[in-house]
Design a protein around this ligand. Structure first.
Ligand code: UDX
Length: 446
């Protein structure tokens, strides 16, 4: 099939590349000429394992191309996929201005029948707005379709080529066959539904996953107080098939470009029809608080943070990405700086993005994990990059002022900690080697 994908962000680029990989002729459109040039040269503007090789292979085969010319792309394609961003407005609602602009451009340039698919995450009813925006500007016939995207950063190629399911929201049965043809090779789990339900499936899925995370984080907080181990609690819960093991890793809360934005947007969507989504509001609140537990633990270990040197391991919102959007590290580092701490931070790949996100605060950017720990009163592990788990804790302690670790992702096991000099705070596991009285603390901290 001939497909145009508009927007070469995460969703657009990965979908376009993967559709070309399964044998379609794909043309990706972006209005940023420097991005298009980069892609034409086989370079990718995001960090995503496996993507660059697919871009190069499919471009070389003539199955994938890049352009700024939306008119050419739309006219030459049977299916047009809208994959532009829907960032949050200050009130939490999704900003639809990019979608509107693209829909109007499609309406202006299209010739002949087209299937217009929205892949961007959009509030319920938006596809009907897309229909209106396009119809106002064309007499040619077209159908609108909602096919939400469920890919995760870091595993985006695998998630797209081997999805758990494909959801197709339609308002005209004539699109079923071509869209089944397009997706049949990817999965047997294809859900065909109406457009509004399809739009809702995306929000409900992300909100549910966010709920699982906030739930296990609250269980972890209780575990800390009653002396239970949240990793065992999650393991024991997860064998119940109705619960499952995934998304029950306690930590410092979720971040990224989707969960924070989509949970806020769903609260707004509900609010707009006079429904208060109380559960989801609590999920969001728990998530905001969870980050600050790192600060509380540091204060419990060190007393004041003023003048303390704190090492930060991990700035990306999760491993295997350079994305720092809504990363817990942002709030945590701001809180440390506000309390007068000196921060030395290290991330394998996200430092440059983080620097931009933080507006040049007074932070020392380190080139290695060990360098970030040098002379520190404590080290905080905020992103579970695999290289952190490989560090020898005795070596680490030898470069620090005090061997204190706040492990926000439960990366280290009890054995490693017991055999190390570290005073160690985890999330929801019995704290190992933790200082339990002031006298002891005074003997360690000066
Ligand atoms: C998410 C959804 O998983 C994906 O389906 C959707 O299309 C986009 O949003 P992504 O944001 O890439 O994907 O990351 P994901 O792997 O889901 O993790 C999101 C956040 O939750 C991360 O900050 C991660 O650290 C956190 N998380 C995840 C936990 O704290 N505990 C867990 O058990 C799982």
């Amino acid at each position: 099939m001939k497909i145009a994908v508009i927007g070469t962000g995460y969703v657009g680029l990965v979908s376009g590349v993967c559709f070309s990989e399964i044998g379609n002729q794909v043309i990706c459109v972006d209005n940023d000429p420097s991005k298009v040039d980069m892609l034409r040269n086989g370079e990718i503007p995001i960090y995503e394992p496996g993507l660059q090789a697919l871009v190069k292979n499919n471009a070389a085969k003539g199955m994938l191309s890049f352009t700024t010319d939306i008119g050419k792309a739309v006219r030459n394609s049977e299916i047009i996929i809208i994959a532009v961003g829907t960032p949050s407005l200050p009130n939490g609602e999704a900003n639809l201005s990019y979608i509107e602009q693209v829909a109007k451009e499609i309406g202006t340039v299209m010739v002949g029948y087209k299937i217009v698919v929205t892949k961007s995450t959009v509030p319920v009813g938006t596809n009907y707005k897309v229909k209106e925006w396009i119809s106002e500007l064309t007499d040619h016939s077209f159908d609108i379709v909602s096919i939400p995207e469920f890919l995760r950063e870091g595993t985006a190629v695998k998630d797209t080529l081997f999805p758990d399911r494909v959801v197709i929201g339609i308002d005209n049965p004539r699109v079923i066959e071509p869209l089944l043809d397009l997706h049949r090779s990817l999965t047997d789990n294809i859900v065909i539904t109406d457009i509004r339900s399809s739009e809702m499936i995306k929000y409900a899925s992300n909100a549910f996953l966010a709920t699982k995370i906030s739930f296990i984080n609250e269980i972890a907080n209780i575990c800390e107080k009653v002396g239970a181990d949240v990793t065992k609690v999650a393991e024991g819960m997860g064998y119940d098939k109705r619960i499952g093991h995934s998304f029950l890793q306690a930590g410092i809360g979720y971040g990224g470009s989707c969960f924070p934005k989509d949970t806020e947007a769903l609260i707004q969507i509900a609010g707009n029809v006079n429904y208060e989504f109380k559960l989801l509001k609590s999920v969001v609140e728990v998530n905001k608080d969870q980050r600050f537990n790192v600060i509380h633990k540091l204060e419990s270990a060190l007393g004041t943070l003023n003048g303390r040197r704190i090492g930060i391991w991990g700035l990306a919102f999760k491993p295997n990405t350079d994305d720092v959007r809504d990363a817990p590290a942002i709030d945590i580092i701001k809180a440390l700086v506000k309390r007068g701490a000196y921060v030395q931070a290290y991330d394998p790949i996200a430092t440059d993005n983080f620097r931009l996100a933080l507006d040049g605060s007074e932070i020392k950017w380190s080139k290695s994990a060990m360098e970030a720990a040098e002379g520190c009163d404590a080290i905080c592990l905020l992103t579970e990059w695999s290289e952190f788990a490989e560090i020898e804790l005795t070596d680490l302690a030898s470069v620090m002022k005090h061997p204190i670790m706040i492990d926000g992702r439960n990366v280290y096991g009890p054995k490693e900690i017991e055999n190390s000099p570290f005073i160690y705070y985890s999330v929801g596991r019995p704290n190992l080697n933790t200082i339990d009285d002031d006298t002891h603390m005074a003997s360690i901290i000066h």
